[in-house]
Design a protein around this ligand. Sequence first.
Ligand code: GDP
Length: 171
Amino acid sequence: MSEEQFFKILLIGDCGVGKSSVMVRFTEDSFTESYISTIGVDFKVRTVETNNKPIKLQIWDTAGQERFRTITRNYYKGAQGILMVYDVTNMQSFENVKNWSKEVENYSDLNLVKFLIGNKCDLEDERAVTKKMGEELGKSLGLRFFESSAKTNDNIEEIFTELAKDIDDKG
Ligand code: GDP
């Protein structure tokens, strides 16, 4: 039997946008209303079925490093995929995507597959960033764009499955 393929995936974005929640929803199918950015784990693993084969995803959360706006170069090492996450109720987190994008370009392999994610789309009443704005930013950065909710599990499966597929198709 051939070795199971494995991809390293990073979650990037401002503190509080829901990176840990997206990771926990995807790997454990659970959600908590409290901040979990200090869970103290570096990564979680889940296998997805993509292109008719199992692919193991090792998903890394910044574990609070993003508070200091300096994420170590080591974090990016060996990554094949990045989810750049903002919070649709927080305009600042959306504007900061451009800064995160620059940092990613400085640190990481250019061949990386990156998606833009507008999380917390369940909070329609508090929305500050329209879907159209997200689509336009995605287009200008050359990234596929999705809205998601770690709370209601909207698009979470699709995002990771599509990311695994795009990485696999590239390699
Ligand atoms: P991180 O700092 O980016 O890792 O963000 P967390 O995962 O700790 O989430 C910050 C806060 O946002 C927590 O209170 C979460 O419960 C909440 N949160 C995360 N994702 C969602 C979501 O999709 N919808 C809603 N309504 N709240 C969310």
